[in-house]
Design a protein around this ligand. Structure first.
Ligand code: HEM
Length: 516
């Protein structure tokens, strides 16, 4: 009797589950949106096994057109490379699309005390963003030029040693060390010495955090397949995080110590941390409308970042500042060694703007801002390699109609950045080729605002863009002022990429430096 009862309950649950799934899997059919056929349990997740997300998106774009839907387990994701549709979502209707995509083993950002700006939503995001924005103003950037310059000089010492010995070396590895030391120093006064110490603890831990983003695929898969059991996956994830050594905890502890020391010493440094500790939040200064979200005036006017927010933000800047900028620099060097004519043209521009040596940094910022060809090379590299493309996504917070498509509340919209960047209608023929002239001032004026998205789009676009650009351009100028570069035999041409938190060169960028 009991067995029969249990079988009946089991069957009932299965039928309910089956019906629910079937209904969910009809989402895109009901919306009249094409897409790959989903599997009942996995949705379309199996398509990503052994294949990067961005390449799968490209493949589907060829088959289903510029707007299609797929399923992560039962969760529908709308993918689009339609720049008009994306403009409406990321810019015009931001009020309905102010949240990012949340992952299956991630605590609800609205409940998470440790949430940082990247995942925060609504009013909390607005408060965090307006505290941080001034840290990236032109005047702040000018103030940190000497610190960046000091770190680039350390990089030049290593390049010089390799050039003297005539040996090739991995430029990507050196750039990771440079960008980590720079953000640690400019951001928090943390003395990371990864350029001078091979196994610097901070570097090792940052690398491990990024590497860990590709671990535990089974748990992620289960989370995607059965989002209803979200709390269970989080609990397992947290247990796993605590039983093995966790580089995030090491970094978090380091940040907490720095924050404590700074508060105690009342030290007045010019850096990101100081700004976060002292700035006032003015709710009317940032008029971005994020809709009907709780706005507790008392808390907000005091501006204060909680200790948890503060250490989460520091960790975010450390990781974001190091990973993305170094990868961009690596791709620039790759393009310069495989396109020697571009390298030469850029060197001519550098020699023109910096006829003497480059040790007086006082005018650096304004000179670099006037270097047009450098800007063109920077932009074209990021067109060819939009390395953070997978995070350019938004969640719909309230059902609304965009460009004739009714998007239900909760649906994720993913920008298909690679297809946009390789679309001949937007960029002309030969989008596989590296042609900096696509970015002449004239051509930039007439381009669609969503055609170039390496830093995302709309009010949630990358906050660190100026810092990345300044550091990246300074490094390129100083390297090419003193050296020419040629590819090593070990360099992959065309370059092979792998996808983790970002899309990075699989085997680094090995090359040889020749003193000019
Ligand atoms: C070339 C280097 C970089 C690239 C390609 C890059 C790319 C991106 C992208 C694609 C986004 C998502 C934007 C969106 O969803 O619309 C983003 C957001 C963000 N980036 Fe960057 N980034 C870079 C450098 C940096 C640096 C140096 C920092 C800080 C030190 C930084 C901090 C952030 C933060 C905090 C966000 C979240 C912004 C928000 O949600 O309001 N990034 N970045």
């Amino acid at each position: 009797m009991l067995t029969e009862l249990l079988v009946c309950i089991g069957l009932g649950c299965f039928t309910w589950f089956y019906r629910q799934r079937r209904l969910q899997m009809e989402t895109f059919k009901d919306m009249n949106i094409p897409g790959p056929l989903p599997n009942f349990l996995f949705g379309n997740l199996l398509s990503f096994l052994g294949q990067s997300l961005y390449l799968t998106f490209r493949k589907w774009n060829n088959i289903y057109g510029n707007t299609y839907g797929y399923f992560e387990g039962p969760t529908p994701v709308l993918v689009s490379s339609d720049v008009d549709l994306l403009y409406d979502i990321f810019v015009k209707q931001f009020k309905n699309f102010h949240a990012r995509k949340v992952y299956p083993v991630q605590v609800d950002p609205d409940q998470d005390e440790n949430v940082h700006m990247f995942f925060a939503r609504g009013e909390r995001w607005r408060r965090l963003r307006s505290i941080v924005n001034p840290a990236f103003s032109t005047s702040k950037m000018k103030e940190i030029v000497p610190t960046i310059n000091k770190r680039i000089n350390e990089l030049l010492v290593i390049v010089n040693e390799n050039a003297k010995k005539k040996i090739d070396f991995d430029m990507y590895d050196l750039f990771q060390r440079l960008t980590l030391d720079t953000i640690a120093d400019c951001g928090f006064g943390l003395k990371s010495e990864s350029l001078t110490r091979k196994n610097d603890e901070c570097l090792v831990n940052c690398r491990n955090v990024i590497r860990d983003t590709t671990k535990r695929p089974i748990l992620f898969m289960l989370g995607f397949m059965f989002p209803t059991f979200h709390a269970v996956w989080i609990a397992i994830y947290n247990v796993l995080r605590h039983v093995t050594f966790n580089p995030v905890f090491w970094l978090q502890d380091t940040m907490t110590t720095i924050i404590k020391e700074r508060k105690m010493k009342q030290e007045q440094r010019v850096d990101l941390l100081q700004l976060m500790l002292t700035s006032e939040f003015n709710p009317s200064a940032n008029k971005i409308d994020v809709g009907d979200v709780d706005f507790n005036d008392n808390v907000v006017k005091k501006r204060i970042l909680t200790n948890e927010e503060l250490s989460a933000m520091c960790l975010l800047f450390l990781l974001a500042g190091y990973e993305t900028t170094s990868t961009t620099l690596a791709y620039i060097m790759y393009e310069l060694v495989v396109n020697p004519d571009v390298q030469l043209k850029l060197q001519n521009e550098i020699d023109h703007f910096f006829p003497e040596d480059m040790e007086d940094t006082s005018a650096f910022y304004s000179i670099i801002s006037r270097m047009e060809y450098l800007e063109m090379v920077w932009c074209e590299t990021l067109r060819k390699f939009p390395l953070a493309s997978t995070v350019v996504a938004r969640q719909c917070m309230e059902t609304c109609t965009v460009n004739g498509i009714t998007i239900p509340s909760g649906m994720i919209v993913q920008a298909n950045v690679w297809d946009i960047h390789y679309n001949p209608d937007l960029w002309g023929e030969d989008t596989e080729r590296f042609i900096p002239e696509r970015f002449t001032a004239e051509r930039r004026k007439t381009r669609h605002p969503m055609a170039w998205l390496p830093f995302g789009g709309g009010p949630r676009t990358c906050v660190g863009l100026r810092l990345a650009q300044l550091e990246g351009k300074m490094a390129i100028c100083k390297l090419l002022k003193y050296y020419s570069f040629i590819p090593s035999d070990r360099l992959d041409v065309p370059i092979k990429c792998i996808e983790g938190a970002t899309i990075i060169p699989k085997h680094g960028v090995p090359l040889t430096a020749i003193p000019r």
